[in-house]
Write a protein that binds this ligand. Sequence first.
Ligand SMILES: *Cc1c(COP(=O)(O)O)cnc(C)c1O
Length: 453
Amino acid sequence: MSKLKYERPVIKKMNAGLMNKFGTRNTFQPVKQIDGVPVHKLIEQYGSPLFVLSEKQIRRNYQAANRSFKTRYPKVQFAWSYKTNYINAVCNIFHQEGSWAEVVSGFEYHKALGNGVPGNHIIFNGPDKHRDDLILAIQNDSLIHIDHFDELYSLIDLCEELNKKPRVAIRINLDTGVYPIWDRFGFNYENGQAWNAIAKIVGSGKMQLVGLHCHIGTFMLSTAPYAIAASKLCELAMRCKNLLYTHIEYIDMGGGFPSTNTLKGAYLPGVDTVPSVDEFAEAITAVILGYGFKQDELPLLILESGRVLIDDAGYLLGTVIANKRLSDGRRATIMNFGVNTLFTAFWYDHKISPAQDFTEHTEDMVLYGPLCMNIDVVRDSINLPLLNPGDHVVVHKVGAYNMTQWMQFISMRPAVVLIDEQQNTMEIRKAENLQYLEMMERMPEHLQQLKQV
Ligand SMILES: *Cc1c(COP(=O)(O)O)cnc(C)c1O
């Protein structure tokens, strides 16, 4: 990055209703409540910082996405991507709505079982499935998505040992015109590796090949790659039927639909640029429906959407610690949450709103977190009304990946509160404390005595 030039602070008076380069004044409406619950009450009761999730919005997102696909295609199944947000209460909202579970690790697999998801509604993805977890998945009739040849070979051995014939799919990576290709996961389509894996599975007679899976990327900004991916999976499914007499029951298009967040460095806000779920659904289903399957042989279409279903249902409430003037004159505001809590600050320019009335003056400012480290920048440049110590802010669209990627660095993870559809609030994860932090530590005997001075 080039060195920032000194610029005199520019404090502007806001022009009500007029468009300026930061948008209209509406951008600066204070956000005083979430789903009818006052922000200051939430903070009084549960502390700050605080994650808040809207059950209403999660259900609304799920139902809308489900509708987008079901109105276009007869057989659709969503599987909640656990790594996007695996707080059990969140998972159960999706499961109540009819979603299966998509997991990428052993502990997520156990979480799904613990949440009561039937084994045959759990999709087990990822490159690192341990032997014990695979055995459990086989015994529970889960859908095992094979990632690489070594896994394929060890599965064949396991099937022999257990004398079971699990239902499996392979993950396929392919060229969709978006680069770099995510070719580190799964078997490649273009060079014949995927077909080779399919032939080995069917040839072994030890497993039932029931599905084909891809997950071509995340926060995909156009629908065309999905159409290409769908047609390549359909081509493989047809080849399985015609050459190997193997019926492919489902095609799993993975996740990757973007939320309406604004990617760092993007010129236009995400709300104005990202395609809708409807557009993705149209692109994918048009290809499958037009591919020439007989009506009764149409594959089930599985979607593993994560962020698009939950990002905008999550808020982070925080508090201003202090203001500073940097040596180059810029205003800096220090918040009580940083990249430890808001991991997605590395990816997005999150929308941030003051949570109370404010002065009519705004200024470009840096928003820092409270950590003692230089990378702890929540926003490197944002125009906001001047905030005072103790003021609260609402960070928008933080529901995806923060409550799984948050770090316990310097400060502990805050509580997560759910607002249910009747506007009741409940803690679905308590704030961490010192006891929790030290629970797994052990003190060797020779270190228990401190030398007295
Ligand atoms: C992470 C992941 C998803 C969810 O991705 P989003 O971009 O959040 O929709 C789905 N499938 C697999 C295999 C994943 O790894």
